[in-house]
Design a protein around this ligand. Sequence first.
Ligand code: 1GP
Length: 234
Amino acid sequence: MDGAWYAGWRHVFKLDPDREITDEALDAICMSGTDAIMVGGSSGITFDNTVELMSRIRRYAVDCVLEVTSLEAAVPGFDYYFVPLVLNTDDAQWLIGRQAEAMKEFGSLIPWDVTAGEGYIILNKDATAAHVSGARTELEQAEVIALVQLADRLMRMPTIYLEYSGTFGDMSLVRMASETVSQARVIYGGGIDNAERAAEAARAAHTVVVGNILYSDLQAALSTVQAVHNTPFE
Ligand code: 1GP
């Protein structure tokens, strides 16, 4: 993980191409001091809305990464790419099938030096991503840690994303995951809606992702940047 393009990212804002964001709000987000903007979402993602959002973010110097969840919306021009593999689904298309399809289609065009896999573990049963991918979210702690070990040690995944989108997760589990990994970076996302929660997540995970609150309380969202940057990973 040392030296990788995502290795220094502590705070990331996640923007959904399928949701409206004003120029003023986008300016504040891109100038906030966040380490990167991730573009991604679980529904309504198209080539056109992804290109549109990318070109607006590209006016700023901030790093911009696309989380690629559909072949149609694999847009060139981002700084970096994350490819999620859903580890807690029984539906193999979300673990490896769609990704294999993408390799078949675009393998020779993929910029490998700026592309990294995400071992995705979805832990909120109400998250759209859980519905879409058929994720088994009701996992015991030991089962989650087993997946983390598998992703880190056996698959050598560079990042492992504990996804609680829409709800604040179990920080003791996130901490345990971060303590378990030998080389992967643990990314946490879900339900961060104020500076206190951001700091709590920053103590437990290597990278903290803030999404939804950008659309409902921009000031609260912006306050998470400093909170994360002022909090050491323990
Ligand atoms: C979503 O993990 C991110 O993919 C962030 O979650 O939208 O709940 O902040 P929230």
